[in-house]
Design a protein around this ligand. Structure first.
Ligand SMILES: Cc1cc2nc3c(=O)[nH]c(=O)nc-3n(C[C@H](O)[C@H](O)[C@H](O)COP(=O)(O)OP(=O)(O)OC[C@H]3O[C@@H](n4cnc5c(N)ncnc54)[C@H](O)[C@@H]3O)c2cc1C
Length: 391
């Protein structure tokens, strides 16, 4: 029987939300244990397109209501973390692109002209031309317009690995979780038979949170899954591109990000509207054919003949949509010693941590004194979809 542990905050789920929160709490002097039942980042986080949104995309459909939305401040907070001067030290982690772009393939529709003039967007978007265009769009055949957003794209494997380092000795590979209760109150969890007592338990288990809540006999907050069918393309002819291609509707027609592979090649990772409802209904072969047709129309100068293709089905896990959920903030619900939430976006991990810390401070939960942790079995680092599907 493993020895019992006591800690200040026990976190379940080591995606971006759990790992960022864990690093921040440790920096504030709290002792923490972070339990993961699969791999670090291997849920949604390493499958994301890693765009640190500032909200410009959401302004397209009027969801961004102003400066009160937490998302507007996320690029600054990530940039400071990446520079080693922020709330967590991500110094040394690679930034894949210092900007994300909006690209309109033809002339801008009227509603988009007003979008670019709108208050939400002013100061955050600049038009770029010529040599300033993303490399993949630098072709005489390119006729569209391109706007540079003050948003960045990060290398998620580097982020996850660095946050795991900052997690020190507190990362625990654990599969079987049971509630630990005293007088009807939650006082921790039993993980694979080992009692872990904590002042607060935070569930940040992404798509696993609904099952975890059910196993604790709790039905709130409700979770929803949003399925996606992403496309991956790998080949020497694909130059870096980080852009939302506008299709005239409220959602980008296609969103392209570019990620490095271990063999030195790059992968284009395609999401946006193409990966949503109609894309989910397509078979992988149909989805690849659709992507080939889209890219052939949008970027006809790019040679796709030697490109390898794959698709990935993945669900986004979020709080069930209701009037209470704001789209551009992390979500946290509290029930006594149990805190449950979803960042809703990789970019919003700092906001998720803010909400947990605000709850601890409000309840006067201070760093306690605890015995040093015993050596714990450590979860492995997760793999990116391109490492798995296009090695
Ligand atoms: C295709 C795609 C593209 C995206 N692109 C972007 C983007 O460009 N920008 C952006 O900001 N956001 C993006 N997102 C959203 C973003 O990825 C997620 O909001 C974010 O990664 C969620 O982080 P998380 O830590 O809550 O969840 P996850 O990363 O899913 O982590 C949850 C962890 O909990 C673990 N777990 C589950 N159950 C248990 C259990 N019972 N016990 C222990 N551990 C458990 C899982 O194994 C996993 O490691 C994208 C999402 C997808 C799917």
């Amino acid at each position: 029987m493993s020895s019992a542990i006591s800690t200040d905050v026990l976190i379940v789920g080591a995606g971006i939300a759990g790992l960022w929160l864990n690093a921040r709490l440790r920096r504030l002097g709290y002792s923490t244990v972070l339990v993961e039942n699969a791999s670090l980042g291997g849920g949604q986080s390493l499958k994301s397109q890693a765009i640190i949104h500032g909200g410009a995309k959401y302004a397209l459909h009027g969801a961004l209501t102003g400066a009160s939305e937490a998302i507007a401040d996320m690029p600054r907070r990530w940039r400071e973390a990446l520079a080693g001067t922020g709330e967590v030290d991500l110094g040394g982690v690679r930034v894949l692109s210092q900007a994300h772009y909006l690209w309109s393939p033809g002339t801008l529709a009227g509603n988009l002209t007003s979008f670019f003039a709108s208050k939400a967007v002013r100061g955050r978007v600049d038009q770029v031309k010529g040599n300033d265009l993303p490399p993949a769009l630098q072709d005489k055949g390119f006729k569209g317009k391109v706007y540079r957003l003050a948003e960045l794209v990060v290398d998620t494997p580097g982020v996850i690995e660095r946050l795991a380092q900052l997690g020190g000795d507190g990362l625990l590979a654990g599969e079987r979780l049971e509630p630990l209760q005293e007088n009807g109150q939650l006082v921790g969890l039993r993980v694979d038979g080992r009692d872990i007592r904590a002042q607060r338990v935070v569930l940040s288990a992404g798509a696993g949170t609904a099952d975890l809540l059910a196993s604790l006999g709790i039905d709130q907050p409700a979770m929803q899954r949003r399925p996606l069918h992403m496309i991956l393309a790998k080949g020497a002819s694909l130059k870096p591109l980080y852009a939302h291609c506008l299709g005239g509707g409220t959602k980008p027609r296609i969103t392209v990000t570019t990620h490095p592979c271990a063999d030195g090649q790059w992968v284009w990772y395609l999401g946006g509207d193409i990966a949503e409802a109609d894309g989910v209904a397509r078979t992988p072969a149909e989805q690849i054919a659709t992507a080939q047709k889209e890219l052939g129309q949008l970027l006809p100068w790019i040679n796709l003949s030697q490109v390898q293709w794959a698709t990935l089905r993945v669900d986004r896990a979020e709080p069930a949509q209701s009037g209470l959920v704001r789209p551009d903030n992390a979500f946290l619900a509290e029930q006594g010693a149990l805190l449950v939430g979803w960042p809703t976006k990789l970019a919003l991990a700092p906001d998720f941590a803010d909400r947990v810390i605000a709850s601890l401070e409000r309840d006067h939960i201070k760093p306690g004194s605890h015995d040093p942790l015993p050596a714990l079995p450590r979860p492995p680092l997760g793999q990116t979809p391109w490492e798995q599907l296009l090695p």
